[in-house]
Design a protein. Structure first.
Length: 562
């Protein structure tokens, strides 16, 4: 009886403490709101210059949320539609054309198959001079988007410039659906492939539909490609895991400071493909829901992860409606994979004095065990079972891309050449020479890393009054570097050709063709195929035999950056 009374007393004290703390929090919130409201009023009434009340408030809100993390954000009414397209829905009213701006002029960059732009014979390379009579020169990207998009069934007129001729086009907007699954099918007669670009509405059903079609062809393995997938809706990730894992299995749990935001998510239905050998592809841009899928399948020893370490976003957001049709997206919890690890890599709770964010210290990282007893670590994103070095482009290739210097040649190539198939398309040496010739009067200059280091060395020599002693050597190095850059188009021919081929093939076969053409060079896909051809190695990885016992390292959060 005495023990019961003590326990009851402890419970009462605990509840009392929580109540007092809650009341103190409410008081602080109320107090600070009063201070802020009074300050806001006085500034708007008394400041020496005229102020914009809405802009002041938006800046204040953004600054407050900016002290937290980049995922907690305020969305005013004017940005709601863009927010839904980015985070919720994949549908909008438009014409199905992508644009880019070159030297202040707006051009069609790509046309989506089956939509109004293609039906109206609008082509990549067409300059858009006017939209509904409005000049496009000098318009920001958001303004262009607003002009092109609108309700389904509404008209839009374009004035184009093509090969010096003015062309007028009248189109009717349609509902543009950007699928979550951008490509699916058989890579060959044995291996299925599903490329999932995002986890927005209906992504789970899209993957299910794609898997159903692939299963009819009796594959010996499946590749689920989550590279460059920044995530989306958590529940969709659970549905996708459930396609490969039977019901009542923990996929992910989330824990927040507010107990109401804590939850667990388990599979709820029989798996469609519980025994199909599975490889998941990830890279440094695979984040959030992508990491939930990859992490769950890895922790459950259900799939082999191939590629590079994922981004490391272990935070869950929830939206809350605010007055006047606005909303706020708030980070409410952290999520944990079935082994219990949180893969969040950046420590937003302990920002540095300059506002930058560092990674969690190695000493704080912990080891966890998969279902089969393999060792995995938290705080590092999802580390792959099989690492494939990422493709790294040289500065000259990146410069050619960023300055849109592939654009004109791809358009001219389309006018002069026919291409029968995307899958094996390559340009020959003569065509590459034509491309190089097209750059004769173009600016593709850049500053290489070695040149920046040389510049730093020169500055350091000046600070130490050693310029005279090393001047001749520095000048000689500069001459050699300049000479080496002249050969960039030859030395980096292979990667430049591949980047150029991607641009060209999209002119013929749109996004689907671009994806298919890339398969012939894809190192991660090649590695996945080799695994399917070596069942003993796949089993050894999933069982954690030998070197496969430990996945990654507790020091990778730092080491990989060096």
């Amino acid at each position: 009886m005495k023990k019961v009374k003590i326990a009851l007393l402890c419970t009462v004290l605990a509840v009392t403490s929580l109540t007092l703390a809650f009341k103190e929090d409410l008081f602080q919130v109320s107090k600070n709101l009063d201070v802020f409201a009074s300050l806001y009023k006085e500034i708007n009434i008394n400041y020496v210059e005229e102020t914009n009340a809405g802009e002041l408030m938006k800046n204040g809100i953004d600054a407050m949320l900016g002290s937290l993390d980049p995922y907690t954000e305020y969305v005013p009414e004017t940005e709601i539609e863009d927010y839904k397209l980015k985070y919720v829905s994949t549908q909008y009213g438009g014409i199905g054309a992508g644009t880019l701006t070159i030297d202040g002029k707006l051009f069609v960059n790509e046309v989506s198959e089956g939509y109004p732009s293609q039906k109206a014979d609008i082509r990549p390379g067409d300059q858009i001079v006017k939209i509904n009579g409005v000049e496009t020169t000098g318009k920001q990207r958001a303004q262009i988007s607003q002009l092109l998009r609108g309700p389904k069934g509404t008209p839009v007129s374009l004035t184009l410039l093509r090969d010096g001729a003015v062309i007028n086009k009248s189109l009717v907007r349609e509902e543009i659906k950007q699928p979550n699954v951008s490509y699916s099918g058989m890579l060959d007669e044995q291996v299925g492939y599903i490329r999932l670009d995002k986890f927005l509405e209906n992504s789970g059903q899209e993957v299910k539909d794609a898997l159903e079609n692939i299963m009819k062809q009796k594959p010996k393995g499946l590749i689920l490609d989550l590279r460059n997938n920044g995530g989306g809706i958590l529940q969709e990730a659970v549905k996708i895991v459930n396609l490969f894992v039977d019901k009542n299995v923990l996929v992910v749990s989330q824990k927040g400071r507010n107990p109401e935001k804590s939850a667990t998510y388990k599979t709820i239905a029989p798996a469609m493909a519980p025994n199909l050998p599975l490889v998941v592809l990830t890279n440094s841009a695979s984040a959030s829901a992508s990491e939930i899928v990859a992490g769950a399948l890895q922790d459950l020893d259900r799939a082999i992860v191939v590629g590079q370490r994922s981004y490391g976003k272990g935070l869950v957001q929830q939206t809350f409606n605010l007055p006047y049709n606005s909303l706020v997206k708030v980070t409410v919890a952290k999520y944990y994979t079935p082994s219990g690890r949180c893969i969040q890599a950046l420590d937003y709770a302990h920002k540095k004095q300059d506002g930058t964010v560092g990674k969690f210290a190695d000493s704080t990282l912990k080891a966890y065990g998969t279902k089969a007893g393999r060792t995995v670590y938290d705080g590092n994103g999802i580390f792959p079972d099989v690492v494939v070095d990422p493709v790294k482009y040289s500065p000259v290739t990146l410069t050619l891309f960023n300055k849109n210097l592939f654009f004109d040649y791809a358009n001219e190539f389309k006018k002069a050449n026919k291409v029968a198939s995307a899958k094996d398309f390559q340009i020959n040496d003569a065509q590459y020479a034509q491309f190089v010739a097209s750059l004769a009067n173009k600016d593709y200059s850049y500053t290489s890393k070695s040149e920046r280091l040389l510049s730093d060395l020169k500055a350091e020599a000046e600070r130490e009054n050693k310029t005279a002693a090393v001047k001749a050597d520095l000048e000689a190095l500069k001459v050699k570097m300049t000479g080496a850059k002249k050969d960039d188009l030859t030395n980096h021919k292979t990667e430049i050709k591949r980047a150029l081929e991607t641009q060209i093939i999209s002119r013929y076969f749109h996004e689907k063709g671009r994806i298919e053409q890339s398969f012939q060079y894809d190192k991660e896909i090649a590695k996945a195929k080799s695994l399917f051809n070596n069942q003993n190695q796949m089993l050894a990885i999933l069982k954690g035999d030998g070197t496969y016992k430990t996945i990654g390292s507790a020091k990778l959060s730092v080491d990989e950056e060096n």
